[in-house]
Design a protein around this ligand. Structure first.
Ligand code: DC
Length: 228
């Protein structure tokens, strides 16, 4: 039997990490963990409880309430991926709004939040056979991952992808707000003190600005197959 490995995919927002991760998980019959969804769910919790808003962050209150935050994924066979549940409620749709995208980098810069989520992610991936995407998977969560990818694409391409996703699901958004959010998150996520987004020394860089899904998948599967 082939061995099971750990695949870590990091990169800026909307670089297509989750699309590739889902396809890889399906092909190899691995579990897929979207760690961004976990940070988004904690952000939704913080927003619902008034711990975070456009101009404020009540860090202490959020930290002391973290014990009340329970996150879980539940596989939806119709969609083909696991949806995010916050305290038993499906929040998959709510966590993808522009408003949550505008708050999430503030919340995910808090060390106590990261400590909790990283510990949960390490448990989810401890048996290997996992594809995990995020910002710190190859550097912090699984520094010994067998395959590490670092995805990049131009901010304009990424904002265009995100804009289309939000429009397709019926959200009313302006392209310039999406572009601003993408660039602002790039800045905060890569300059924060705790676990900033960076390419692990042994990660393979992947610029997919002008690469279709099939070509990406083909190249990445070749890397994965070499490790199996
Ligand atoms: O992958 P995403 O765009 O859904 O992630 C949302 C935010 O969550 C991202 O801007 C930063 C944060 N994040 C993080 O800090 N660490 C991770 N491993 C995943 C996401």
């Amino acid at each position: 039997m082939k061995k099971k490995i750990t695949i870590a995919i990091d990169g800026f927002s909307s670089t297509g990490k989750s699309t590739i991760a889902k396809l890889l998980a399906k092909k190899y019959n691995y579990i897929y963990v979207d760690t961004g969804a976990m940070y988004r769910a904690v952000t939704l919790y913080a927003k619902q409880n008034n711990f975070v808003g456009k101009d404020f962050l009540d860090k202490e209150e959020l930290i002391s309430s973290l014990k009340n935050v329970s996150l879980s994924f539940c596989f939806n066979a119709d969609l083909g991926f696991a949806e995010m549940f916050l305290n038993g409620i499906n929040v998959e749709k709510e966590i993808r709004t522009l408003e949550i995208s505008q708050l999430v980098s503030k919340v995910s810069a808090i060390s106590e939040v990261r400590k909790k989520l990283v510990a949960e992610q390490q448990i989810m991936g401890e048996d290997s056979g996992v594809v995990m995407d995020g910002r710190d998977i190859g550097t912090v969560v699984f520094p010994n991952a067998d395959v590490k990818l670092y995805m990049t694409a131009s901010a304009d391409k990424r904002a265009t992808r995100r804009y289309k996703e939000l429009i397709d699901r019926g959200d009313k958004v302006d392209f310039k707000d999406i572009l601003f959010n993408v660039e602002e998150r790039d800045r905060i996520d890569s300059t924060r003190e705790d676990s900033p987004l960076m390419k692990a020394a042994d990660a393979i860089g992947f610029d997919n600005s002008d690469m279709g899904i099939n070509e990406q998948l083909e190249r990445i599967c070749a890397l994965v197959d070499r490790k199996l």
